[in-house]
Write a protein that binds this ligand. Structure first.
Ligand code: BG6
Length: 490
């Protein structure tokens, strides 16, 4: 059998994502023995750099979990020897032809498989794909391209991008990343639901009162204002990360775990969603705040952001899935920058116990205490816990709410891989389960485009909230309107 080789080209090798995520993830895969025997990594970017300089850059930016291990240095040396650099313009056929020549030398006549990771701004995606596919794609094996969002700004621009990409690539060559799908706890969502008898039967409007998807960061858009201002938090987090998790959460049981079966179910959920009403959305923007003698900048203090920008850095929304399983259940989303904490979680609030014996006589018991809540903590402190009502030990009869708690750090000694490790490995192995198919993308844009258009046309003023706060109070009223309390605030 002919030996095969994989060449991974990181297009945009000197960018932030490449330095912070892609190279460290590739190294972690190498360290774990997950990369094939014959592989080569190429950094491709416009700036002039030698192989040695690239290696130096990669070794310095090693921020992954592996760098704490004992023999990390040794493995790093081996890894770096497999990394090379190629200077080129992103739209130059000629420069990709020279890359092709170099790749061929490394491949040494073996069956060649090529993976391109486009870590470049969206306006040059298509040019780069055109050049890479026509001048540097594999002739003997597969060629795959990983692309990162933004996939357009709305339905129209996204469809145009897909159309352009498909001039040069087949759908099965395009790996659209949503790195939230690579997170351990998000992957575990289906395991939790489908392989535990105590959850799946409860997974419907009959027992679930509402579901919450919460993303918060305790830092602003510092340094990324230029990109961010053009997109805003709804496009940056909700339309992709939170909506993808929602689709996984709410889908019907797939026929199997094969990628197409899962993606078929996800797309059905997305297409069953009710158009989002502007009244069901709250937007906010963080403002400068002084706390403890320190002044934190407001969003518009960023020099790359227009002073009068109305771009939301916070949004909360109530969404509904119009199907038999979820009819009437609010799916709340909340995403914000410059909030009081960094976390991502899914909260499932169950209905009240009908005719609860312990509610009847307890006079004035806080109703919240009587409902169960399942919390899936995606990050940090990964874990899953279930709030249950429990009798406080003692001679009297008093209840409190306690947690059945599965904290990963206490349960598992193995570290949790970074999302990019799993996704890169899947792309190398041709596993598409965690990547976004074009019809999923279309459905996601179809849901959010009218809302975004309305917000932008009406020039809706965001509710200003202090840097480091819990966000606009409007989010609280929005939840209350749907008879819900945010779990992270109670
Ligand atoms: C990215 C967004 O997709 O996800 C960023 O563009 C955000 O704005 C980031 O900071 C969050 O990812 P993580 O993995 O750090 O939670």
């Amino acid at each position: 059998e002919q030996q095969s080789t994989v060449s991974i080209t990181v297009v945009g090798a000197s960018g932030d994502l490449a330095k912070k995520k892609i190279f460290p993830a590739l190294f972690a895969l190498y360290y774990e023995g997950c990369l094939p025997e014959h592989f080569t990594i190429y950094g491709y970017a416009r700036s002039k750099m030698t192989d040695a300089e690239l290696r130096d850059m990669v070794s310095k930016t090693l921020t992954c979990r592996i760098d704490k291990r004992e023999n990390c240095g040794e493995k790093m040396e081996e890894f770096l020897k497999r990394c090379f650099y190629h200077t080129g313009q992103y739209d130059s056929q000629e420069h990709f032809v020279t890359l092709d020549k170099k790749l061929k030398e490394h491949e040494g006549g073996r069956l060649s498989n090529r993976l391109f990771y486009l870590s470049i701004p969206p306006n040059i995606f298509v040019d780069a794909v055109k050049c890479a596919s026509s001048s540097a794609s594999s002739v003997s094996g597969w060629t795959r391209v990983i692309v990162e969002k933004p996939f357009g700004r709305d339905s129209k621009t996204s469809a145009a991008l897909t159309k352009s990409l498909k001039q040069y690539l087949e759908e099965d060559q395009i790996f659209r990343i949503d790195h939230y799908l690579g997170k351990e706890l998000v992957e575990n969502l289906s395991v939790l639901r489908f392989s535990n008898l105590i959850f799946e039967p409860l997974w419907s409007r009959q027992y679930i009162q509402n579901v919450q998807f919460i993303f918060s960061e305790d830092f602003g858009t510092e340094g990324r204002g230029g990109y961010f201002d053009h997109y805003g938090i709804i496009r940056d987090i909700m339309q992709n990360h939170l909506l993808q998790i929602l689709a996984l959460f709410a889908m019907e049981t797939p026929v199997s775990l094969v990628a197409e079966d899962i993606r078929n179910e996800k797309v059905k959920v997305l297409r069953s969603m009710r158009p989002i009403q502007l009244e069901d959305v709250v937007i906010g923007q963080y403002k400068s705040t002084t706390k403890g003698g320190v002044t934190y900048p407001g969003y518009t203090d960023d020099k790359t952001v227009p002073k009068d920008s109305l771009t939301p850095t916070f949004a909360a929304a109530a969404l509904f899935i119009d199907n038999a399983r979820w009819d009437g259940v609010p799916f709340l989303m909340k995403a914000g920058k410059a909030l009081h904490t960094r976390s991502a979680e899914i909260r499932v609030q169950f209905r009240h116990v009908p005719g609860n014996l312990y509610n009847r006589n307890s006079g004035g018991t806080n109703l919240d205490r009587t409902t169960n809540e399942l919390v899936i903590r995606v990050q940090p402190d990964e874990g899953i816990y279930l709030k249950i009502n429990n009798k406080v030990p003692g001679l009297g009869m008093r209840l409190d709410q306690s947690n059945l708690n599965l904290l990963y750090s206490a349960r598992y000694s193995k570290e949790i891989p970074d999302a990019y490790e799993r996704l890169l490995l899947d792309a190398i192995e041709g596993e598409r389960r965690l990547f976004i198919r074009s019809d999923e993308l279309d459905a996601a844009w179809a849901l959010f485009t009218p809302l975004l258009k309305e917000i932008e046309e009406k020039k809706t003023i965001p509710e200003f909230y202090p840097y480091g706060s819990r966000g606009p109070v409007g989010a609280h009223y929005l939840a209350a309107k749907h008879n819900v309390q945010w779990g992270d605030l109670s």
